[in-house]
Design a protein around this ligand. Structure first.
Ligand SMILES: [Zn+2]
Length: 350
């Protein structure tokens, strides 16, 4: 098995007119990368070309069962089935060839692509690359943390085309972060860099799944807003949008919860700004919540007040993180395999 972070040569198949995996099947044609996002509730798959374009009607979802931990073999078999479906349905005269599979997954993924721990899936030390190669026949499998996959997407066909340094922050039920500095994805010693969501901001705050208390994701997320208003007597509230609606109607509890969460989010972004000066944060979440007032203004005010005075950081809010993550990791594996270069080879997972 060729390590994907080493430059290597792809051998194209001889025959024309078939769509297939690597050199096993098919004809000479444009290389295609597949990407799969593993979520707690399902698998999202996408196929992209070298420009990062999502190819027609190739975005799929395959729901997972309710078990916790999610059985590894169920996910591996599900990805194998998704890949087989994509290959079966593709027009045989197009001649594209699948050269790699990228996978984005919640949790700590080390530099070898092993899932060290994923609390959401209940996984520890799962060697996905080897399992997925066996299930799909695709030799080059790249596994990344899901927020790193978003950063790779932004780098390839988003804000990264114009910026060499930026941060991606996801703020939904959890708070994830990934950094691109000087055109390089920051992965750290063991793939666990930029864990902004688990910086402790209030040692007396709510218990976190990581074992600490008062981590940023327990204070700044829409989930934290819902839990705060439920704890303050609004037990019927189930979604962050309900809290926004209540705040707009003048409910003081909802207003206070939103202002508190967004002040904490702004301080978290200021921490990034003071440490690594990203210049831009792409904030993935629900725009109707993160962009609502007073949510948005409280974030920006706290960001300004907590940042070193000469630092500036723009914030843009984006929805639809799932397809973007799958697209990012698909594009990354495709570029690593089809266009290996020293500049990009260091980004590989194994
Ligand atoms: Zn934590």
């Amino acid at each position: 098995m060729t390590p994907i972070n080493q430059p290597h040569t792809v051998v194209w198949p001889e025959a024309d007119g078939e769509w297939g995996v690597g050199s096993k099947v098919g004809g000479r044609g444009d290389p295609i990368g597949l990407g799969v996002l593993i979520r707690r509730d399902g698998l999202h798959a996408v196929a992209v070309n070298l420009d990062g374009d999502v190819l027609e009607d190739s975005y799929r979802m395959r729901p997972l069962g309710p078990e916790q931990p999610v059985p590894v073999e169920q996910v591996v078999d599900g990805i194998g089935a998704l890949v087989a479906e994509l290959l079966d349905r593709w027009p045989s005269d197009r001649g594209e060839v699948v050269v790699g599979l990228g996978v984005a997954v919640w949790g700590h993924v080390n530099l070898a692509g092993e899932v060290v721990e994923s609390p959401a899936l209940g996984w520890r030390q799962v060697r996905l690359p080897e399992l997925l190669t066996a299930a799909t026949g695709i030799d080059d499998v790249l596994v990344h943390h899901d927020v790193s996959a978003l950063a790779l997407a932004e780098q390839s066909f988003g804000v990264g085309r114009e910026r060499s340094s930026f941060a991606v922050v996801t703020c939904r039920w959890g708070l994830g972060c990934s950094l691109v500095l000087h055109n390089e994805l920051v992965r750290g010693d063991d793939g666990a860099a930029a864990e902004l969501g688990h910086v402790v901001f209030d040692p007396d705050g709510p218990d976190c799944s990581c074992g600490n208390r008062g981590c940023l994701e327990m204070l700044a997320t829409p989930k934290a807003v819902v839990e705060r208003v439920r704890g303050a007597g609004l037990a019927h509230v189930e979604s962050p949008l309900e809290v926004v609606d209540l705040a707009r109607a003048g409910d003081e509890t909802a207003l206070a919860a939103l202002r508190s969460a967004e002040t904490m989010l702004g301080r978290g972004l200021a921490l990034l700004t003071n440490l690594v000066n990203p210049g831009l944060v792409v904030l993935y979440g629900q725009p109707e919540v993160l962009g609502a007032e007073p949510y948005r203004e409280a974030t920006l005010t706290a960001l300004r007040r907590s940042s070193f005075p000469t630092r500036h950081c723009d914030v843009v809010i984006k929805p639809n993180a799932d397809q973007m993550a799958a697209r990012g990791v698909a594009s990354e594996v495709l570029q690593l395999v089809a266009e290996p270069s020293p500049a990009r080879s260091g980004l590989g997972s194994r």
